[in-house]
Design a protein around this ligand. Structure first.
Ligand SMILES: *[C@@H]1O[C@H](CO)[C@@H](O)[C@H](O)[C@H]1NC(C)=O
Ligand SMILES: *[C@@H]1O[C@H](CO)[C@@H](O)[C@H](O)[C@H]1NC(C)=O
Ligand SMILES: *[C@@H]1O[C@H](CO)[C@@H](O)[C@H](O)[C@H]1NC(C)=O
Ligand SMILES: *[C@@H]1O[C@H](CO)[C@@H](O)[C@H](O)[C@H]1NC(C)=O
Ligand SMILES: [Zn+2]
Length: 953
């Protein structure tokens, strides 16, 4: 699956690049802030929902007695409600399976399907099939159990035939419906999201990734609609079924594949296409979107990316066509269904005039990610969901390689460091993190499988694979990868199969590694966390230990990161640092180093050579590692030194890094400071062309956006005037939006924050009217920037009404509101008050659940600090953007601060224990841990920080 909304970067951007005289040479990193998602997937043996008996139908895993070979499925979704108002689909399905081990039980997945006819069984080998004795549906384990009077014979094949009926509901899982309006007319699309365990909601099937088979698919549908599936259309006829005229579309049989990669879609969408060397590439979307040219960008990059992956994997694209479709309702970011990839509209559709460069970057990286899966994941599939990290980590790593091929000028490969490496540090630094690899038997229930789709799987998976590729060299890495894919095509693997092929590639390359690939990688995937390396430049001693956000926490899974190494022979601090930083930059992003006053760097600061020293270092340190240095400094040890660094770096360059979960506690302090720094950059763009021109380079565009975002968020008057003027112009003439596409997120947010009901209502009206999904998303995020509590409360209520805020967007809207200082307590109260409803709407397995919990609790330390920093009375809770900008101060009633919030969190956890928290269960635990860590951090560091801000040196 593509990443869910949690990688959305529109929530906030903090990134600063400063220059005194050297602007032309700035190379900046867009620094992004993403909502974190952290999870733990521990299994408790006392779990009350565990199978109560040893009967096969009480187990979550299928027995190995039967092996499916061929399915023949006909589905007919009704896009009009039945007389009772229900949307339904009907289906017939047969499955040919081989009996591997004799048994008198057929256990097949089936969830929420009503059988409309008694299932039948026939023998294919000439022998008659056993008689069916009884059929029992097991709703908890989602099986249909068919008990037979006699046994099936090992080695023989049988065919099971079923007819059934299911609801085409709007729950975003299995076979579901999506609705939208076009020219005032309501339209309905029938579509699917099978991963991970919802194919069983569309037809009875052996719904495990290793149960691969060939699928013959037929869809009945209204003649005015078009039907799509994994294969190409081989037949299309108009026939009458049950007195209804339908088009029957038959698709070519699929390759041998897993159930979770199937897709069936019926819509009146249209497409644009391109043929590349006999491969048909099509982009489907709503008619209005295609007619407006929104599919063109996706179409133009798909071919080059596919060609890149063919070379990279050394395997031709395995199918005759590649369809990609943008859906109005879609829970994840995208889904790699083989040959028919589904997307959120924002992840596929691009409008030249309206979408920003960030939208474009998201589109190309998501497309690249899904195309990468067409081989890695689809052609070769992990055997079970415990190895999901390999599938998702790999696609997340190579998405940057594919995107770089299509947009070679963007330096897009650098972004993995911000978007994945740093992002996952924030989670992996918690004692409640978890290892990449889980045991197969620990991942059983659907919600446990859903929990695997987390930042550890995607981002840490990508980080360690990138590290592996770098130290093996890309040549050796791809060679091992190629033999792995060739050997296991149309088959399943465990992650060690990849290590074996990489090891073979290493051995045949003639190089020798100090340890085997398996031994090296075991440290990164079997234990959680990552090491911090401390170098004492006085003695040369190097020590390493497990890095924990709160060093006093005790991880319940110990790791073996601790060691003390001999001595680093280099005594000259300058050479030492240059060498060492290069080493870590190239070899392993996961290595860190500590900066204490005894280390070379701070020594240099003290002797006044810092700037000189650093500017020389900069020549040899890649840009991504310069960000890392600052980031490390913020997170480690002595807080005073990083701030000194940043001042010195400001002479040329300053990046405040991304991992705000770790750095969250300092953001409020930084605002004033940053505000002063960013003024220069803001003035620069004003002087340049008064914000009229779009800078040529991708990262330069981010600079411009960041300058405006940060300047306005710190309340810079010139910036506020600018955005208010633009927004005003738009309100006066709603048909002409004068705001540049890249700047819209920032402008909308600032204008709505500074405005009131009038601005908000205007934004809402524009949101409802917008036909470009990325524009809708920008307005939706910006409306969360309002500063009047009643507007935010009303907006929170809208998230419960799918007519106002789509279900797919509800949690991310609540999270946006929570990331606003005024909105945080409102969102927190709202979530607690409506927990039961939210839980039932979105289900315990919804994979945005832990985001929601993390999102609404993430700010808990900020408020605390604000209170401290401004020296306010303990019983008054004040929100404001900046202690020193009194006009922006917003006094708000209540009495909350972190220890109270912590108590509330614990209370919340206990109050709703009976309903549960689904995949968010451990997110609550992690919030409590993070809040505790934040309290400690603030206690320890605030004095030094305050001192420094009074007198920045
Ligand atoms: C699939 O099932 C349909 C309807 O039962 C039948 O007409 C068709 O011949 C079957 N196709 C294959 C390939 O078995
Ligand atoms: C399936 O059967 C159950 C029990 O009879 C019924 O409540 C449900 O509405 C049926 N589902 C559909 C989609 O008709
Ligand atoms: C089926 O009917 C529709 C509408 O009447 C028509 O447009 C279409 O061409 C027909 N398809 C076939 C295969 O006859
Ligand atoms: C799949 O791989 C396994 C070994 O991992 C092998 O035994 C089996 O024969 C393979 N199946 C196919 C269809 O290639
Ligand atoms: Zn994926």
């Amino acid at each position: 699956m593509g990443k869910g909304f949690y990688i959305s970067k529109t929530v906030g951007i903090v990134g600063i690049v400063l220059a005194a005289g050297a602007l032309a040479t700035i190379t900046a990193l867009p620094v992004v802030y993403s909502q974190e998602k952290s999870k733990n997937n521990e299994v408790k043996s006392t779990d009350p929902t565990m199978a109560p008996s040893n009967e096969p139908w009480d187990q979550w895993r299928l027995p190995q007695t039967l092996s499916p070979k061929i399915y023949n499925i006909t589905l007919w979704p009704r896009l009009q409600p039945d007389p009772t108002g229900l949307y339904i689909f009907t289906g017939l399905s047969s499955v040919v399976f081989r009996c591997v081990e004799k048994t008198n039980l057929i256990l097949i997945h089936s969830n929420k399907l009503n059988m409309t006819k008694h299932p039948t069984l026939i023998g294919l080998g000439g022998k008659p099939a056993p008689t069916i004795e009884s059929i029992v549906m097991h709703t908890k384990t989602q099986y249909m159990a068919i008990h037979l009077k006699e046994e099936l014979t090992a080695g023989e094949s049988y065919e099971l035939y079923t007819e059934f009926l299911g609801e085409l509901s709007d729950d975003l899982g299995g076979f579901y419906r999506s609705e939208y309006y076009e020219n005032g007319i309501k339209k309905v699309v029938a579509t699917t999201q099978m991963q991970a365990t919802d194919a069983r909601k569309a037809f009875p099937c052996f719904d495990e990734p290793a149960m691969k088979a060939v699928f013959h698919i037929t869809l009945n549908h209204d003649p005015a609609t078009v039907a799509l599936s994994n294969g190409v259309v081989i037949d299309e006829v108009n026939i009458t079924v049950d007195d209804t005229l339908v088009t029957r579309t038959t698709f070519a049989p699929t390759e041998v594949m897993s159930t979770y990669l199937l897709a069936f879609i019926v819509s009146d969408f249209i497409f644009i296409e391109q043929d590349i060397e006999n491969l048909q590439i099509r982009i489907f979307a709503r008619q209005e979107a295609i007619n407006a040219g929104q599919g063109e960008y996706a179409l133009s990059v798909t071919g080059p990316i596919l060609k890149f992956f063919e070379k990279y994997y050394n395997v031709p694209y395995p199918l005759p066509k590649s369809d990609q479709i943008a859906l109005p309702d879609f829970n994840a970011g995208a889904m790699e269904n083989w040959g028919l990839i589904t997307y959120r509209e924002t992840a596929l559709l691009y409008d030249e005039e309206i979408s920003s460069n960030e939208n474009k970057e998201r589109i190309i990286t998501v497309i690249s990610h899904e195309l990468a899966h067409q081989w890695f994941g689809n052609l070769v599939t992990v055997r079970w969901w415990n190895d999901l990290w390999l599938n998702e980590g790999f696609a997340t790593y190579v998405e940057y390689l594919g995107a770089d091929e299509a947009e070679p000028d963007w330096n897009i490969k650098d972004l993995i460091v911000l978007n994945d490496v740093h992002k996952v540090f924030a989670i992996d630094a918690l004692a409640s993190s978890h290892p990449l690899s889980s045991k197969e038997e620990e991942i059983q229930r659907p919600e446990q499988i859903t929990e695997m789709f987390d930042t550890i799987s995607y981002s840490k998976g990508a980080s360690v694979l990138r590290m592996l590729s770098t130290f093996l060299t890309e040549k050796v890495f791809t060679q091992g990868l190629q033999t792995y894919l060739d050997h296991f095509k149309f088959n399943n693997t465990v992650y060690t199969d990849l290590w074996e092929h990489l090891q073979k590639a290493v051995d045949s390359s003639g190089t020798t590694l100090p340890k085997t690939v398996q031994e090296i990688m075991g440290r990164w995937i079997l234990q959680m966390g990552f090491p911090v390396v401390t170098i004492n430049t006085a003695t040369g001693q190097i020590t390493q230990e497990h890095f924990l956000l709160d060093p006093e926490t005790e991880p319940d899974r110990p790791s073996e990161f601790k060691y003390v190494k001999k001595y680093f022979e280099e005594k000259n601090p300058k050479n030492f640092i240059t060498k060492y930083l290069l080493l870590i930059s190239i070899k392993a992003q996961f290595t860190r180093y500590e900066t204490e006053d005894t280390t070379g760097l701070t020594m240099m600061m003290k002797t006044g050579n810092a700037y000189l020293m650093f500017s020389r270092l900069q020549d040899s340190i890649p840009v991504i590692n310069r960000a890392q240095i600052i980031d490390d400094a913020f997170n480690l040890a002595n807080f005073q030194s990083p701030l000194k660094w940043s001042t010195c770096l400001c002479l040329e360059y300053f990046i405040m890094s991304t991992q705000l979960s770790l750095n969250y506690h300092i953001i409020s302090y930084l605002q004033t400071y940053v505000g002063n720094q960013v003024k220069n950059l803001f003035d620069y763009f004003t002087r340049l062309t008064n914000w009229e021109d779009v800078p040529p380079g991708h990262t330069d565009q981010y600079n411009q956006v960041n300058a405006l975002t940060v300047a306005c968020s710190t309340g810079l008057e010139a910036c506020m005037t600018l955005v208010k003027t633009w927004f005003q112009q738009w309100m006066e003439n709603p048909n002409v939006n004068p705001i540049k596409a890249n700047l819209r997120s920032a402008v909308y947010c600032s204008a709505i924050a500074a405005g009131g009901e009038k601005e908000w209502n205007f934004a809402w009206e524009m949101f409802e009217k917008a036909t470009v999904a990325s524009e809708k998303d920008k307005l939706r995020a910006a409306m969360a920037c309002a500063t009047e509590p009643w507007l935010l409360n009303r907006y929170l209520k809208y998230t419960l009404d799918p007519e106002k805020i789509r279900k797919q967007d509800a949690t991310s809207t609540i999270i946006s509101i929570a990331s606003n200082v005024v909105g945080q307590p409102l969102a927190w109260d709202f979530v607690r008050a409506n927990w039961e409803y939210i839980f039932n709407q979105y289900g315990g397995g919804s994979f945005s659940f832990s985001n929601l919990i993390n999102g609404v609790t993430n700010r808990f330390s900020t408020e605390f600090e604000l209170q401290q920093v401004c020296d306010l009375p303990q019983d008054c809770f004040i929100y404001f953007f900046d202690c020193h900008l009194v006009q922006q101060k917003l006094i708000f009633e209540c009495l909350i601060y972190v220890p109270v919030l912590k108590t509330q969190l614990i209370q919340f956890r206990d109050d709703y224990a009976h309903i549960g928290f689904g995949s968010g269960t451990l997110a609550i635990q992690q919030s409590i841990e993070r809040t505790t860590a934040n309290i400690k951090w603030v206690e320890k560091n605030q004095k030094a920080v305050l001192e420094w801000f009074k007198n920045p040196s």
